[in-house]
Design a protein around this ligand. Structure first.
Ligand SMILES: NC(=O)c1ccc[n+]([C@@H]2O[C@H](COP(=O)([O-])OP(=O)(O)OC[C@H]3O[C@@H](n4cnc5c(N)ncnc54)[C@H](O)[C@@H]3O)[C@@H](O)[C@H]2O)c1
Length: 274
């Protein structure tokens, strides 16, 4: 094995991806499997996760799709038992389940006083609790083994005020904060083999934001144009462009890195707009 292969080696390691049927999880799962890891795709919609797992298996990778719910600790415990029976170990957790809801979003003709509180609470729960609960259930297995990584998914909305997405922004800011807190806790109490980091993706076209950013004819919406104008690289991200950051954070290449939120955003976050 070359020096570089050794440094980034994640072969045979077992990574759990929540929201495993989603767009970003699909790309990240394929990337991890191509690097020789075994991936477990968890989703509340089993069919989507299964489709992605079958694609990985068809190309020679190792993947398992399971129905699970990041908001239900009992279901997560049951899922954990199945994973341990199947693969016998857990080396990492990537918390990709997340998303938005219309009522937690303030469209231009509305104001903050139209906020739908039940939807606001659901968005906070899915993105924050849906990161915390799997970290408790799967993180405990890794803590007992004194080894493992957790990667959370934050957002540009955690850094900057982005119109419309009030609930989502609050939740992702909390995810960034939880990342730092959990990194400290794991290192103090369970040693330097436990690391917790996050990735903050810029704008990647997914099922949740496609209609907001791209018109049916393929041109950019007004909002899409604003995003591109704020992105020095002048384009949206491709889901595959997250794979390198994930493998880095999973592997020993980042052995002394914990508590960081790594933007993968074409420069969106650093640009002043001037
Ligand atoms: N696409 C982007 O540009 C972008 C940017 C920043 C952050 N993110 C974040 O990245 C993550 C993945 O985004 P995506 O675009 O792939 O979204 P996606 O909607 O394609 O995937 C999310 C998946 O989570 C699953 N899910 C929802 N509730 C669940 C639950 N209770 N238990 C288990 N699974 C559940 C959904 O079924 C879906 O398959 C999300 O946290 C999102 O907020 C995305």
């Amino acid at each position: 094995m070359s020096y570089i292969e050794d440094l980034f080696d994640i072969r045979n390691r077992v990574y759990i991806l929540t929201g495993g049927g989603g767009v970003l999880a699909g790309a990240i799962g394929e990337g991890l499997a191509r690097a020789g890891a075994r991936v477990v795709l968890l989703d509340i919609r089993l069919a989507n996760a299964q489709e992605r797992a079958e694609k990985i298996i068809a190309t020679g990778g190792k993947a398992l799709a399971l129905e699970s719910n990041v908001l239900d600790v009992n279901v997560l415990e049951y899922t954990k038992d199945i994973i341990l029976q199947h693969y016998g170990r857990i080396d990492g957790l990537i918390n990709l389940a997340g998303g938005n809801m219309p009522g937690a979003t303030i469209s231009p003709e509305k104001t903050i006083f139209d906020l739908q509180i039940p939807d606001f609470e659901k968005v906070l729960a899915l993105n924050l609790n849906g990161t915390v609960y799997p970290s408790l259930v799967f993180g405990k297995v890794m803590a007992e083994n004194r080894s493992g990584v957790i990667i959370n998914i934050s957002s540009m909305a955690a850094y900057r005020a982005i119109t419309r997405v009030v609930g989502y922004s609050a939740a992702k800011a909390a995810v960034s904060n939880f990342t730092r807190w959990m990194a400290m806790e794991m290192a103090f109490k369970f040693g330097d083999g436990l690391r917790v980091n996050a990735i903050a993706p810029g704008f990647f076209i997914g099922d949740q934001n496609r209609a907001l950013l791209i018109n049916p004819d393929g041109s950019y919406t007004e909002r899409g144009k604003k995003v591109i104008a704020q992105t020095p690289m002048g384009r949206f991200g491709e889901p595959e462009e997250l794979i390198g950051a994930v493998i880095y954070l999973c592997s020993d290449a980042s052995k002394f890195v914990t508590g960081v939120v790594l933007p993968v955003d074409g420069g969106f976050e650093v640009y002043s707009g001037v």
